[in-house]
Structure formats: structure tokens, C-alpha cells
Design a protein around this ligand. Sequence first.
Ligand SMILES: Nc1nc2c(ncn2[C@@H]2O[C@H](COP(=O)(O)OP(=O)(O)OP(=O)(O)O)[C@@H](O)[C@H]2O)c(=O)[nH]1
Ligand SMILES: [Zn+2]
Length: 213
Amino acid sequence: MTVTPYMPDDEDDEMNGYLKIDRYNPEMIAKLSAHYEDILAQIGEDPKREGLLKTPERIAKAMLFLTQGYDLDAKQILGSALFKEEYSQMVVVKDIEVYSMCEHHMLPFFGKAHIAYIPNGHVVGLSKIPRVVDVYARRLQVQERLTNEIRDCIQETLQPVGVGVVMECRHLCMCMRGVQKQNSVTTTSAFTGGFLQEKTRAEFLNLISSKLS
Ligand SMILES: Nc1nc2c(ncn2[C@@H]2O[C@H](COP(=O)(O)OP(=O)(O)OP(=O)(O)O)[C@@H](O)[C@H]2O)c(=O)[nH]1
Ligand SMILES: [Zn+2]
């Protein structure tokens, strides 16, 4: 079996050491592929039929991608782009797409994260906020822990006046199986510092509910 090693698609990633290429090494992919081949047989498929020949390897690569957060350091990523700046109002990055997998069924849950902080002498490079979301989302998760981990990472690294995180997700384990509710959305939130005050929290919630046309 030929295995193509994963390469970061962005030089910046490589330079910052975000991705440890070892995660995608051929030995690891081959080991995982063997397990998935076995699973295909166990569920009643024929792993030797043409359409499935490369499937174990594809799943192995997909799973390594979807769980790459275990090899990434969110605090290091966030801390790599802090800029001294006297801006003291709320910074909000909203509608960040989130794709994660629930730790109970390993089925996807997905939706949006809305994140705000009030700087305390430093601002962070904006792209680092969605990167932090991805680091924690690309692990086996529950939505509540994911929400708290994002909050704690920003609070501890940036030490801002406060952090607010709101997440809205659909869980496929509740849609495709089990209770089979297609439209339910779960909202979680986590706050620190200034966001524990009603006025600040209301400003954040108001900003994330407004639509840009
Ligand atoms: N709190 C929380 N629960 C989650 C999350 N993702 C999935 N779950 C729930 O985890 C629970 C696992 O419950 P179990 O009774 O052990 O598993 P189950 O028999 O598959 O449950 P059903 O989904 O009700 O069929 C289910 O209620 C899921 O809806 C999450 O992010 N947060
Ligand atoms: Zn689940």
C-alpha cells in the first residue's frame, strides 16, 4: 500500500511548528488502516471489493486529521501573535465554523463559535482565535468542555479583562441515531472577568446576534 505523507498546506504552519508531521507517518497510517479494514469486515462489508480497497487508508488519514488537536498546543499558537496595543473595547470574532466529534459516539457535532475578549494591553492576531477553536475541536469532545477549554486558553494566554465564548452546535448522534431529533441545537457558554457582569455579557450577546448585510 502506498501512503502519501501529510504535508502542511501553509508554510506559516510549518515555521511555527504547529503541526507535528510525525502524526501522519506511514507506519501510523498503516496501523490504523489495518484496524479499519477489520472494522469494515465486522460490519458486514467486503474490504477487498474494489470501492473499498483504499477506504481504510482514507479513514485513517481523515481520523488523524480530525484528531490532530492532540498534537497541537493552543496556548503556543495564541501566544505566537500577541501585539501591544492600547485598545480596551470588546473584540468579537463571531460565526467561526466548528467541526468536532462527540466522545460518546465519535459522531460529528458542528456549528458556530462566537468569541470575545476585552484586551488588557495586548491584542491577539485575529486568525489565532479560530485556530484555537480548531485545536480543541479536533479532539474527542463534549460541547461543554470544548467551550470551557477555549475560554481558559484565551484567559490564561492573553490575560485579558475578560473572555466570552458561546457555541451553538448540532450533534449528529442526536439526529442520525438515538433520539433522532433533526432540528435541536445545543447552546453552551463560558465567561470570565468582565463578561460575568450582566451589561458586558448583554453587549456581547447583542453583537453576536446582529447580522452584517
Ligand atoms: N452533555 C453532552 N452530552 C453529549 C454530547 N454529545 C453527545 N452527548 C450525549 O451523551 C449521552 C450518552 O448517553 P448514553 O445513554 O451513555 O448513550 P446512548 O445510549 O447512546 O444514548 P442515546 O444517544 O440517548 O441513545 C447522550 O445523551 C448524548 O446525547 C455533548 O457534547 N455534551
Ligand atoms: Zn454522541
